[in-house]
Design a protein around this ligand. Structure first.
Ligand SMILES: [Zn+2]
Ligand SMILES: [Zn+2]
Length: 149
């Protein structure tokens, strides 16, 4: 692993280790590596993208292992999953309240910080008998790069 890890990513990894211990999740070098890939990007990578990177330094790891690991992280609330896009889940280590916009051409996923989208006033009629625990909004469009091509 020769790449430069920023202080921010280091901090996130330390937090991840602490939270995993609190949650009773065994912290293995592989799990840290998978989390690190996710924590060091804002590209919302898919399982496959993470797998391809991890394989460079864990050649024996299987796609299934990466898939299961991400699922476990997600269930424990260590990461979040962006709405399933075109049948491939995209993951996010950023747990701050935010939404996403996806380019329907290149499938790029970007963060959207807009307070009006995180504080929606949803009517009781819409909610019915549900007690809402959260929601996410996925905007879609065509990005600047794709529009100019
Ligand atoms: Zn695009
Ligand atoms: Zn995000």
């Amino acid at each position: 692993m020769s790449e430069i890890i920023t202080e921010m990513v280091k901090e996130k990894i330390n937090e991840f280790i602490d939270r995993s211990k609190d949650l009773g999740l065994k912290v293995t070098p592989q799990r840290i590596a998978i989390y690190k890939e996710l924590a060091s990007t804002d590209q919302h990578p898919s399982t496959e993208t993470i797998y391809k990177k991890i394989k460079d330094y864990y050649p024996n790891i299987s796609l299934t292992t990466v898939y299961r690991t991400l699922e476990t992280f997600e269930k424990l609330g260590l990461i979040s999953v962006v709405n399933v896009l075109y049948n491939a889940a995209r993951y996010d280590a950023n747990l701050d309240p935010h939404n996403h916009i996806v380019c329907t051409v290149c499938k790029k996923v970007e963060d959207v910080y807009d307070a009006s989208l995180t504080t929606l006033d949803i009517s009781d009629k819409t909610l019915g008998e549900y007690q809402i625990k959260g929601y996410s909004i996925l905007l879609n469009g065509v990005c600047k790069d794709c529009r100019s091509n």
